[in-house]
Design a protein around this ligand. Sequence first.
Ligand code: A3P
Length: 271
Amino acid sequence: SGSINHQSMGENHVQTKRLPQAIIIGVKKGGTRALLEFLRAHPNVRATGPEPHFFDKYYERGLEWYRNLMPTSDPNQITIEKTPSYFITKEVPRRVFEMSSDMKLIVVVRDPVIRAISDYAQVTSRLKKFKSFEEMAFIDNNTQIIDTSWAVIRIGLYAKHLQRWLQVFPLEQFHFVSGENLIRNPGDEMLSVQSFLGLDPILTHKNFITNNTRGFPCVRKKTSGKGHCLEGNKGRPHPYVHPRVIERLREFYRPSNQKFYKLVGRSFDWP
Ligand code: A3P
């Protein structure tokens, strides 16, 4: 319908599929879907729906396959995708760099102990029979040695994963979002994300309403409009985990958290 208009506006204004200029690379259960849905409310953002998994699973399909997954955009819009497994996959940083060395990388982080329990809740939600969280987390219940080969535990070692990324991309190309603050204070978190992405600060606290029964913020494009909330699989109830197990996990993650704060030059105040 708009083909004549497009021609008269010149080639630059044609709606076309563009490779992303920014990627939400992680972390799983950090609040990555919320961040993407919030960004989508910005008029200068276009985003994929499902996770493309291009750089970890489908890399051999090639860049044109990847580009084709993207929504159409015009030149004053940026294209964004999110695939949380990128953060923990060894080959991904180099591959992203080869596509574009100036890629903007966003990581939503969350207390790794809570993240692990959230991840466990997601993994077991599809199973009929499963072991308890602590049976999975400890190699053996007497020694309480943590099973670092369990992905649910390993993903939370943020410093280790980030160090790998920092061998390829400089810190300036990363932006870290506090998953906790994205729930508490979405307006503030979105202002710094917009600034990082070079977007006009259109989304503010006025675009969020939290007076729903689930207690999570919902985003609205117009500050007078109705809020768009995430589906019920975001914000699942967590299983009870014994305080002794939580304390052991806190101890386990503490050195890694400290190292992560140092790498990014900022604390996230996880207990
Ligand atoms: P829980 O299910 O443990 O509560 P991801 O999208 O990366 O998988 O992250 C899921 C998490 O996003 C949820 O974890 C939830 O806490 C968090 N979240 C952040 N903002 C949210 C929002 N506005 N609505 C629903 N969940 C949100």
